[in-house]
Write a protein that binds this ligand. Structure first.
Ligand code: RUB
Length: 328
């Protein structure tokens, strides 16, 4: 914790859970931030004068947890802009109540957007049953697969275990609870198994979620996504991304592996050897041309089309950069 402010114990626990990866997946991280701010607003006992400084520090602390999560960052920027604007010339309890309503409605809208994606998938004109390949655990992909399953359009799902933290097991368990058949494979089996299923003339699609959609229409998602996407492309299998549009990064044009979260080497291998360097990159970048379409609450759109519209005002962009560049 790099701040002089003392946040509430429940807030610190939420921050720790995000840091310790107990909260996983872009949407859940954004929801957890919303919960932290709701809790702080509900229990705020300091003065009106301290309000902006206190919440600015908390926003920075939340921002710091995950460098690769625009869904969370969009929320933080909207929250703080609203607080800054609304708090002028209003008394503390009016401001608190307004902001509580603001966060609740933001959260509801994010959930509604996920429901809209599921509706779009329900109306998707697939002519025959599909085998869905997926990687990691994305709550939005899970919702999409369940929608297709309800229409009887899923033959089975193939999912990777997703090393090093095995989020693929969450996908497998959650889908199997709904009666969906899941073929669970190790990450490095994706190409071989897709090829075999292709030879058996299965109708295969590749679905993933997104942590970031860059301004160039590239996808940043769980490490391994780009490798599988290349393999699928080689086999003529289409890659669809399922994401709310708040995953679009409004600021940076160039993303490289170095900008992306690197996690503790011990997650991969707790080996101490001065000649062995364990690299634990959390996410990778899939080029835009490998992605057939991105399914968002706005519809089923090509990556380059989706990122054409700017989703942030100038002032909010400045605030984004201020949070981004914060180090002390
Ligand atoms: C999760 C991951 C998910 C996206 C999208 O990685 O890469 O595909 O976050 O998730 P991790 P959602 O488990 O390391 O956070 O669709 O739920 O927003």
């Amino acid at each position: 914790m790099q701040t002089k402010h003392k946040f509430l114990a429940k807030t610190l626990q939420i921050i720790k859970d995000i840091d310790d990866l107990k909260v996983q997946g872009a949407s859940n991280i954004a929801f957890a931030c919303q919960d932290a701010l709701l809790y702080e607003l509900g229990h705020y006992t300091k003065t009106k004068e301290e309000l902006l400084v206190y919440f600015f520090a908390l926003c920075k602390e939340l921002w710091r947890t995950r460098p690769t999560e625009p869904a969370m960052k969009h929320f933080i920027v909207s929250f703080y802009s609203e607080l800054d604007q609304f708090s002028k010339k209003r008394n503390l309890s009016v401001v608190k109540n307004h902001l509580i309503r603001f966060v609740k409605s933001y959260k509801e809208n994010q959930k509604k957007d996920i429901k809209k994606i599921s509706k779009i998938v329900k109306n998707w004109d697939l002519h025959k049953k599909v085998v869905v390949f997926t990687h990691c655990h994305s709550s939005i992909v899970e919702t999409a697969i369940k929608s297709l399953h309800h229409k009887g359009l899923i033959e089975f799902v193939v999912n990777t275990e997703t090393r090093p933290l095995f989020q693929g097991r969450t996908t497998a368990k959650n889908l199997s609870k709904c009666g969906i058949k899941v073929h669970h494979i190790v990450d490095s089996c994706a190409y071989a198994y897709a090829r075999l299923l292709k030879q058996r003339e299965k109708n295969i699609v590749f679905f993933t979620g997104a942590d970031v959609i860059t301004r160039k229409g590239e996808l940043i998602n769980k490490i391994g996504t780009s490798q599988i996407s290349f393999c699928m492309h080689h086999l003529g299998i289409q890659h669809y991304v399922f994401a709310t549009s708040n995953k679009i990064d409004p600021v940076f044009l160039e993303w490289s592996l170095e900008d992306i979260e690197i996690r503790a080497p011990q997650e991969v291998w707790d080996e101490h050897n001065k000649n062995i360097f364990v690299h634990n990159y959390a996410f990778d970048i899939t080029p835009e041309y490998l992605i057939k379409k991105i399914v968002t609450e706005k519809g089923i759109i090509e990556p380059k089309e989706l990122v054409k519209t700017d989703n942030l005002k100038k002032k909010e962009k400045e605030l984004w950069l201020e949070f981004e560049n914060w180090r002390d």
